[in-house]
Design a protein around this ligand. Structure first.
Ligand code: SAM
Length: 255
């Protein structure tokens, strides 16, 4: 996966890419991310990249010229690009988008807004997708870009050690993942479930599936509508729901 992050604040981005799994993915050439300092593309003496909004109002707006110049350079160097503008007005980022991004052949170019945002002619003149990471406001697009890069990069084959872990993880099949335990076997009176130390792989698999269904039922029942469920899963969920009904818990979200 190739990415270019155009930003006024390279140091908000670069250190994160030098840590942990993203660092290893870059070292192994599975992930190629370049941080592109917007200021380098401002041609005036003071390298000005922002200015006051026409019509007045608070905050500064990122100027269009350096952004277009940075993108032109990236296009020359990379060839194909897919431009993503992190924006609170965009479609909400999700696991499905992460999967699509992870398979993208073109470079994903993130144009990070800051302050009040970006001159509207950037959105007008550049073929792009606006993507939001949620219904709240950030100070800039840098962390949103990093979130999208992180979630996508970990889906590139080889980035995580064990590809099975991706298949079983939360959202992979519209279900949340089962709980994990490690040593010690007992901690402050809390024990690891016996089944996990039984050595019975089938029983472990069934327990994990059940826990995964239960977590989804309790925490994100909306996901169940999209989940691929077996007859056994449905039966199991039916029993769990009738158990909840008996205990007087709310099951309003079950259609
Ligand atoms: N004035 C803008 C508005 O009201 O829509 C908000 C600008 S915000 C303070 C500055 C920049 O942060 C945006 O240009 C965008 O790049 C980024 N940003 C803020 N919230 C975001 C979100 N939820 N998802 C993605 N990017 C976001």
């Amino acid at each position: 996966m190739k990415c270019d992050v155009i930003t006024l604040f390279p140091e908000m981005v670069a250190p994160v890419l030098r840590q942990s799994i993203l660092k290893r993915a870059r070292e192994r050439h599975l992930l190629d991310v370049r941080v592109v300092p917007l200021r380098d593309f401002a041609t005036d003496k003071h390298h000005i990249t922002d200015d006051m909004p026409y019509g007045g109002g608070p905050g500064m707006v990122l100027k269009p010229e350096p952004i277009f110049a940075a993108l032109d350079r990236i296009k020359q160097e990379r060839g194909g690009v897919r431009v993503i503008i992190p924006s609170p007005q965009g479609a909400i980022f999700n696991q499905g988008m992460a999967e699509v991004f992870s398979r993208e052949e073109r470079s994903l170019v993130f144009i990070c807004g800051h302050y009040e945002g970006i001159d509207a002619r950037v959105m007008q003149g550049i073929d792009h997708e606006e993507v939001s990471i949620g219904d709240y406001l950030l100070t800039g697009g840098e962390m949103a870009a990093l979130i999208m890069i992180d979630a996508s990069a970990r889906l590139i084959p080889g980035v995580l050690g064990d590809s099975d872990s991706i298949e079983e993880e939360s959202f992979a099949s519209s279900l949340l993942e089962y709980p994990h335990y490690t040593r010690p076997r007992e901690f402050r009176g809390m024990k690891v479930p016996d089944v996990l130390v039984s050595g019975n792989h089938r029983a472990i698999r069934d327990w994990r599936r059940g826990q995964s269904l239960l977590s989804t039922l309790y925490k994100r029942p909306d996901l169940l509508a999209h989940a691929i469920l077996t007859n056994e899963d449905r039966q199991w969920l039916g029993q769990a729901i009738s158990g909840m009904r008996k205990e007087g818990e709310s099951v309003r979200w079950i259609s």
